[in-house]
Design a binder for this molecule. Structure first.
Ligand code: AMP
Length: 503
């Protein structure tokens, strides 16, 4: 690979200097020219704060354009950026800070709360971010030092994200510039993105979906990104119109909320030149796809993404090619195969989905045993089950990994077990998924109390709420005398909802 190519800096070099790059409600526009000059100057400025090439920096920032540019500017300086969910509680932040060992933490100036307290308790240098007038403009203050400034290379880690999976604690996924720019390029191709596109980005910017599909791909095409402060169904129509968005990408629960409002108001919300709607991160019910297309009059493109693949793996194509409701489409970037015991699956045969390509990680930052289990013959095991139809369209049918997909938010059930087990009155705890009409899956837990304990469901949920971000807190906690066992006598999460009459 030639130096200078396959980096985020190089990807963002293509935009016409006078065109909008970043926009936000009530903010002045940041042009591609301004963003490019900023990227050129910033490595020196970042180094003067004591953070340099090869360092890790955690971001705990509210949603909005400054979180987007903080990622771009720091990654362009060769920093490995770890954006964290601002809803994390102290116990979660302690885990992430321990695992990441960041050289600094970026917080909004004047911010208070668990992130400020935990960073201070860990003795981590804090960089205070102060937003400017233009969308995404910020200055950083706080620590000072003299780190090495040198531009990022393709093999440098740009983004550090954690994924929930089979292990109790989330695994660390190091994504390089080469991985991320390959994925952004795949999305640009799938959606035929150009400089005249504007993406309304309502996805969280601490998740791969929002960072790659909602930020890098549209900017890489020379187009614009409109970054509101997170998702809000009530403001969505106004944002769509203000942005004059040509597309947006979201998870199915957001689409459902947008659709419910559009249906109440009878008609597509806002007056925007939309040309497509994209859905990813959880399965899109075919009825929602149909109704969205009818309400907005544009194609709804369902894609299949994953953190370890820098997001996109498969996608339904734009018209005139066919999009199939219930399918995530043909491979759209990496190679995808379905593996069965003893070989590859044939058409319509179910097996484990495996992938390989430039957008896929080569290893977790984890123990050797974890990586040995994650790959087979050079193919990355997604932990998802599915099959290809005769047209090469992929259908996802299930999961081999222990993960709850709550409308796109992923929860490791063992992490929730561990928190419940910390309660002195809890003898056993098993977290599992229960079906939910909108979210697809919701978190529930079966708990056996210690003898003589008189704890109730709401006390246990309150205990969990102090230690876990809201989306991980079980909505139902069922107190049982014994946890039902599977046919082999083993504790099984799958089937628990049914055994307890919750499905
Ligand atoms: P994440 O790493 O948070 O992007 O989560 C990746 C996982 O989300 C995948 O391994 C799938 O289990 C699930 N997923 C992503 N996109 C889809 C989709 N379109 N349909 C069904 N499941 C999906």
């Amino acid at each position: 690979m030639k130096p200078g190519t396959h980096t985020i800096g190089a990807l963002l070099r293509g935009g016409a200097t006078d065109r909008a790059a970043l926009r936000a409600p009530g903010r002045a526009t940041l042009t591609h020219g301004a963003l490019q000059s900023w990227l050129d100057e910033s490595p020196e400025q970042i180094a003067a704060l004591g953070v340099g090439h090869g360092d890790t920096v955690a971001l705990v920032l509210p949603p909005g354009p400054a979180l987007a540019t903080a990622f771009l500017v720091l990654a362009n300086a060769g920093v490995a950026v770890a954006p964290l969910n601002p809803d994390y509680q102290r116990a979660e932040l302690e885990f992430y800070f321990d695992d990441l060992q960041p050289g600094a933490v970026v917080l909004a100036r004047g911010a208070t709360g668990p992130a400020t307290d935990t960073a201070a308790a860990h003795g981590l240098p804090i960089l205070e971010l102060l937003e400017g007038e233009q969308a995404g403009r910020f200055s950083l203050g706080g620590a000072a030092g003299a780190a090495r400034a040198s531009p990022a290379r393709p093999e440098d880690v740009a983004l550090l994200l954690h994924t929930s999976g089979t292990t109790a604690r989330p695994k660390l996924v190091p994504l390089t510039h080469a991985n991320l720019t390959a994925s952004a390029g795949n999305i640009m191709t799938t959606l035929a993105l150009s400089a005249s596109d504007c993406c309304l980005n309502v996805m969280p910017l601490f998740h791969i979906h929002g960072l790659v599909a909602g930020l890098l791909a549209p900017l890489g095409a020379g187009g614009a990104v409109y970054c509101p402060p997170g998702f809000n169904a009530l403001k969505f129509a106004a944002w769509l119109q203000d942005a004059q968005a040509t597309w947006y990408t979201a998870v199915p629960t957001m689409h459902q909320a947008v659709l419910a409002r559009a249906q109440r108001q009878q008609g597509a919300p806002g007056d925007a030149p939309l040309r497509l709607i994209r859905s990813s991160s959880a399965s899109l019910p075919p009825a929602v796809m149909r109704e969205l297309e009818a309400s907005f009059g544009v194609p709804v493109i369902e894609s299949y993404g994953m953190t370890e693949a820098s997001h996109q793996m498969a996608s339904n194509p734009l018209p005139p090619a066919a999009r199939k409701p219930g399918s995530v489409g043909p491979a759209a970037g990496p190679e995808i195969r379905v593996r069965r015991e003893g070989g590859w699956a044939g058409v319509d045969q179910e097996g484990e989905i495996v992938i390989r390509g430039a957008n896929v990680i080569s290893a977790y930052r984890a123990a050797e045993a974890v990586n040995a289990a994650a790959f087979v013959d050079g193919w990355f095991r997604t932990g998802d089950q599915g099959y290809f139809d005769a047209d090469g369209y992929l259908f996802i049918t299930g999961r081999l990994k222990e993960l709850i997909n709550r409308g796109g938010e992923k929860i490791s059930p063992r992490e929730v077990d561990d928190v419940l087990l910390e309660h002195p009155d809890v003898a056993q705890a098993v977290t599992f998924a229960i079906p939910h009409p909108k979210l697809g899956e919701e978190v529930a837990a079966a708990v056996v109390l210690k003898q003589g304990a008189t704890l109730d469901e709401s006390e246990l949920r309150a205990f969990a709420r102090e230690r876990l971000a809201g989306f991980k807190v079980p909505r139902r906690v069922v107190l049982v005398a014994e946890i039902p066992k599977g046919p082999t006598g083993k504790l099984q999460r799958i089937g628990l909802a049914q055994a307890l009459g919750l499905s």
